[in-house]
Ligand binder design. Structure first.
Ligand SMILES: [Zn+2]
Length: 142
């Protein structure tokens, strides 16, 4: 299931965006979304009114194109370079076990928050993790 990159992005009339690549299952399309660009994954055989996963990028089409070109959806859960994941649950690559370092948990802002924290104040994922960790720690060890 190899992703095929298009030499030139293909205009998607329905989504008013551009298809950058596709594989046997998904089309990878970016759309304008408010002050962002959103990269979305669309089922090739699925409904055309909904997408499976999405990631928000700055309004820079070349940045998104590079992120998709550098991404191996077979072994990498998510692309890089985004700052917000508006969809849930997080995508899991079919062969994600081949790249455990890359596929460490990321918060909704794209940070490897368990190792590096998150630059976003009050990151919900980081806060939830700290709450769970505190709850699992016996009182005397805090
Ligand atoms: Zn975060």
């Amino acid at each position: 299931m190899t992703m095929q990159l298009h030499q030139t992005p293909i205009l998607d009339e329905h989504w008013q965006g551009f298809e950058l690549a596709r594989d046997e299952t998904f089309r990878y399309v970016w759309i304008w979304q408010g002050s962002n660009i959103r990269l979305i994954t669309l089922w090739i055989d699925g409904p055309d009114y909904a997408y499976e996963h999405g990631w928000c990028y700055p309004r820079d089409p070349e940045l998104v194109a590079k992120a998709v070109a550098d991404w191996d959806p077979e072994t990498q859960d998510e692309p890089t370079g985004w700052h917000k994941r508006p969809t849930w649950p997080t995508r899991q690559a079919p062969r994600r076990e081949e790249n455990p370092h890359y596929n460490r948990p990321r918060c909704e802002h794209g940070s490897y928050f368990l190792d590096d924290g998150c630059r976003v104040l009050n990151c919900r994922d980081l806060r939830n993790h700290e709450d769970r960790t505190a709850a699992a720690t016996p009182q005397g060890e805090r």
